[in-house]
Design a protein around this ligand. Structure first.
Ligand SMILES: [Zn+2]
Length: 313
């Protein structure tokens, strides 16, 4: 891969804010036409790269639907499964400058990779029960596919056998915090965590993964509920996490989508450089849907792997 292509592959999709007025997460590729008058939103900050800080276009703005219906929907989903429902973050692709991988003093938010290569990343968040984790690992092993696992420290400590198996089978880890509490407080209503508390969440998780599986989560961070702002980006960067791992395609398994629905959605929304998010917990049918998703993506010509592989060296 030439240097130019490598840089191109690392280019982010940098986005402007787009807010949708319904209670459920609507992914960028399925966003409806924006309303003429946007509903009230909680603006949770602009995340900028150094290029943006230097005055060029390309700041990333993350907006979350804060209508009462949206908040209620999130609360219900969370009550059903505390770690499942990650966030209603809606981004919109926009022309972006070439941005080097490690820049500035804030972590980079990655929600897809710009590439023409037929590659996608599979990521699985683990923060609730063991769920389908074992079956997912069996599926990945049989299909010879490696993946990323967004891991809470609590899940790692509760399932050391699975953590060791993930490491032994070549999977990749993302730090999903110790307790899956929101760093900004947006989704939990508890107010933002202090910088010290955020660092402790990251360090506890990293220590658990190191101790149990002799592996690291650095430099990949996945925020609980997708709650992000500039201070989170700065705090995690300071702890060694320069990639905030968002996603392109949410299977919506956590939201009750059927096995067939997950398969259809994941295959319909496939595109080069896409990052998929699934969950291992029993509340989602992602595990049962996975064999058909992998087969379907292969039939479309896609190669699958973990996020670090998709991002490249
Ligand atoms: Zn999560």
């Amino acid at each position: 891969m030439s240097a130019q292509r490598r840089v191109a592959a690392l280019t982010l999709v940098l986005a402007g804010a787009l807010v949708v007025g319904c209670g459920s997460y609507v992914p960028p590729e399925a966003s409806p036409t924006p309303r003429e008058t946007p509903p009230p939103t909680a603006y949770i900050g602009a995340i900028t790269t150094s290029a943006a800080a230097a005055g060029s276009p390309g700041s990333v703005t993350v907006a979350v639907d804060s209508t009462p219906q949206a908040v209620e929907a999130r609360e219900q989903a969370r009550a059903a499964s505390p770690s499942m429902p990650d966030p209603p973050i809606v981004t919109q692709s926009a022309p972006s400058p070439i941005v080097p991988r490690v820049v500035g003093s804030r972590a980079r938010v990655v929600d897809r990779v710009q590439t023409t290569e037929m590659r996608v990343a599979l990521t699985f968040d683990a923060g609730a029960d063991r769920g389908y984790a074992e079956s997912i690992l069996d599926t990945l092993l049989t299909a010879h596919v490696r993946a990323s696992f967004g891991m809470t420290g609590q899940w790692a400590e509760a399932n050391p056998d699975l953590l060791r198996r993930m490491a032994a089978e070549g999977h990749h880890f993302i730090n999903h915090t110790q307790t899956h509490d929101s760093f900004t407080g947006f989704s939990t209503g508890r107010g933002p965590k202090s910088a010290e508390a955020r660092v402790r969440e990251l360090d506890l998780t990293e220590a658990a993964v190191q101790r149990i599986a002799n592996a690291t989560t650095k430099p990949y961070f996945r925020p609980p509920y997708g709650d992000m702002d500039g201070s989170v980006s700065a705090d995690v960067y300071g702890s060694g996490y320069d990639i905030v791992a968002m996603w392109t395609v949410d299977s919506l398994g956590w939201n009750g989508l059927s096995r067939g629905g997950i398969e259809e959605r994941c295959l319909r929304l496939a595109s080069p450089g896409a990052i998929y998010i699934f969950h291992v917990g029993a509340a989602a049918q992602d595990g049962p849907a996975l064999p058909a998703v992998i087969d379907g993506l292969r039939r479309q010509g896609y190669e699958m792997g973990p996020l670090d592989w998709l991002l490249g060296p």
